[in-house]
Design a protein around this ligand. Structure first.
Ligand code: KG4
Ligand code: ZN
Length: 333
């Protein structure tokens, strides 16, 4: 079985072909980061327009490179949500039109399921059930993953997502967009322990997160201490975010009694996070996507669609949704 996957939920145009025997045949990714950098964040209208101009040349190149024709495909998958509505509409209109004209199923894929399953593309892959920490620009969630589509949210962010906190804090510190890589880079020059920032919501029981106070705490420290302290402050901020994630994961693992922890989404590309988790989770298997598949990409959408196609458990032609609870997905056998 072979699937073409298309991702356009935010500022990356991603496309991939995934085959059940050959694995990932090829993928293409175009990041709009330069387009949005001058505005300090994603401008939705510009994102939609840019996706329009990328899709046709990208699919031509991808199909040619994989020597794949429409006859070789068993489905066309698109990200149906959550995300920016205009950007989603571009990808879904393209995918659904193509699927209709090629007489293939147009498979609606949930963006977060794409992130969640991305580590399963690697070897060794986790096996169900497992605990997942999903840390992206839009979401921070702890998910009890019992099987394909069988997702139970154990905790989530009550305000800013972890990636969003990185992005907003970077802006406050005068760093570029996206903020995650910018803070991670600056933090390398920071001295460990020079400042210690709070680990929000770790004193109380529960698995929810809140990062917006930490952002304000960082700004106040920056204003009090001055720009020459920026690297130490970036270091303290990064430690606080990832240590908070670590504490909540430990709690959720205890609650679920699972031995496998999957970490995915853009923030899982953070090298310091991977170091800290390796130090603390020696008794648990921790799985990550390949670095290039932590942030948005087409491969994770094609892969999630292939999993669902193999289980004959997917939804066709769904309209796009800016918001879409993960727990509403069809559960497969
Ligand atoms: O998963 P993703 O590409 O998009 C969403 O679905 O939201 O995640 C993007 C987020 C951004 O907030 C970005 O700052 C963050 O992931 N990010 C990082 C790193 N690389 C990307 N955060 C911390 N450290 C990184 N190395
Ligand atoms: Zn994403």
């Amino acid at each position: 079985m072979r699937v073409l996957g298309i991702e356009t939920s935010c500022d990356e145009t991603g496309m991939a072909i995934y085959d059940s025997d050959l694995g990932l045949m090829a993928h293409r990714l175009y990041s709009q980061v330069d387009l949005h950098a001058q505005y300090g964040g994603v401008v939705p209208e510009l994102a939609s327009r840019d996706h329009i101009s990328r899709l046709v040349p990208m699919i031509r190149d991808l199909m040619q490179c994989c020597q794949t024709t429409q006859q070789d495909l068993d489905g066309i998958a698109y990200t149906a949500g959550p995300g920016l509505i205009g950007a989603l509409l571009v990808g879904s209109s393209f995918a659904r039109s193509l699927a209709w004209s090629w007489d293939l199923p147009a498979m609606a894929i949930h963006h977060l399921e794409g992130h969640l399953l991305a580590p399963l593309m690697e070897k060794p892959a986790p096996t169900y059930p497992f605990l997942a920490l999903l840390v992206s620009g839009g979401h921070t969630m702890l998910v009890d993953v019992r099987g394909l589509g069988d997702y139970h949210v154990m905790g989530e962010s009550l305000d800013d997502a972890a990636g969003e906190a990185f992005d907003k804090t970077a802006k406050l510190l005068g760093l570029g967009y996206p903020g995650g890589p910018a803070i991670a880079e600056l933090a390398k020059q920071g001295e460990a322990g020079k400042y210690r920032f709070p680990r929000p919501m770790t004193q109380k029981p529960g698995l929810d997160f809140s990062f917006s106070g930490l952002k304000t705490f960082t700004l106040n420290t920056f204003q009090e201490q001055g720009a020459q302290e920026a690297a130490h402050i970036a270091h303290a901020f990064q430690e606080a975010v990832i240590d908070t994630l670590r504490i909540k994961c430990q709690r959720a693992l205890k609650e679920s009694a699972y031995q496998q922890l999957v970490i995915s989404g853009g923030v899982s590309a953070n090298i310091r996070l991977r170091e800290l988790f390796a130090q603390h989770f020696s008794d648990v298997q921790v799985f990550y996507p390949k670095l290039e598949f932590c942030t948005d990409n087409g491969a994770m959408i094609a892969f999630a669609a292939l999993m669902r196609l193999q289980d004959r458990c997917y939804e066709e032609n769904l309209p796009v949704k800016a918001r879409w609870p993960l727990e509403q997905l069809p559960t497969c056998s």
